[in-house]
Design a protein around this ligand. Structure first.
Ligand code: DC
Length: 223
């Protein structure tokens, strides 16, 4: 398989990271979860008591505490310094605050620079909100994954139950709609489908079906 770049964008809980991980494993590409980077920065602001509105100080935190990914047999772990923060960045407190942090231009510039470095050699599956439009505009394959709000809330609900989180279906639906709105209406790099991205609506599809569909798209593109 040629070392191409695959950009996967879409709203919260559309299944991006699940399918991106499988594709990266099958193609033996690296996987970059850019949402985890925005979450890690949000977590850093929280533990360092930096206000989510304080863009400059947050950028300072990114410089002081480089974020890195480590591949382990069970998946990928997120570290700052020696601390494994993989679980912490999925907490409800981080999820609620991350859209505000991700809306800052300077924060985005800094993280986009790191993401572009991670993707510069190709052989990468990267997921996020602005990968096809901003981070990897020359990606050979761009996918825009969507699913209905109800289905995304249902997926999150099942995931949360497995983790012992207690939010109700209605609360999750509301939180997802709110995040959709914030991610799509921010001034810097809002969530939009790149002109050359292929839309895949995963409502009613299994993970295997979505992976299969994307692999068909990759083949149809000549790779
Ligand atoms: O995919 P996720 O839910 O882990 O993403 C967390 C937040 O980070 C999401 O609300 C939007 C933001 N994000 C972003 O603005 N740009 C990206 N490339 C990835 C995520």
């Amino acid at each position: 398989m040629k070392k191409i770049s695959i950009a996967i964008d879409g709203p919260a809980s559309s299944g991006k990271s699940t399918v991106a991980k499988i594709l990266a494993k099958d193609y033996q590409f690296i996987y970059v979860d850019t949402g985890a980077m925005y979450r890690a920065v949000t977590y850093l602001a929280m533990i360092n008591q930096v206000a989510f509105s304080d863009e400059k100080k947050i950028v300072g935190l990114i410089e002081e505490y480089p974020i890195r990914f480590e591949q382990v047999p069970g998946g990928q772990r997120v570290f700052v310094n020696q601390s494994d923060i993989t679980e912490e960045i999925r907490s409800q407190a981080v999820t609620q605050a991350v859209s505000e942090v991700a809306a800052h231009q300077l924060v985005r510039e800094k993280l986009v620079e790191i993401q572009q470095k991670l993707g510069e050699t190709g052989g990468v599956v990267m997921d996020g909100r602005d990968i096809g439009t901003t981070v990897l505009p020359n990606a050979e394959v761009k996918i825009f994954l969507i699913a209905s709000v109800e289905e995304r809330a249902q997926r999150r609900y099942i995931e949360n139950q497995a983790k012992g989180f207690s939010a109700s279906f209605e609360e999750l639906k509301e939180a997802i709609s709110k995040r959709d709105y914030l991610d799509s209406h921010r001034e810097v790099s809002p969530l939009v489908q790149a002109e050359d991205a292929i839309l895949v609506d995963t409502t009613g599809m299994s993970i295997e079906q979505v992976v299969k569909r994307i692999k068909e798209i990759v083949i149809a593109k000549g790779f």
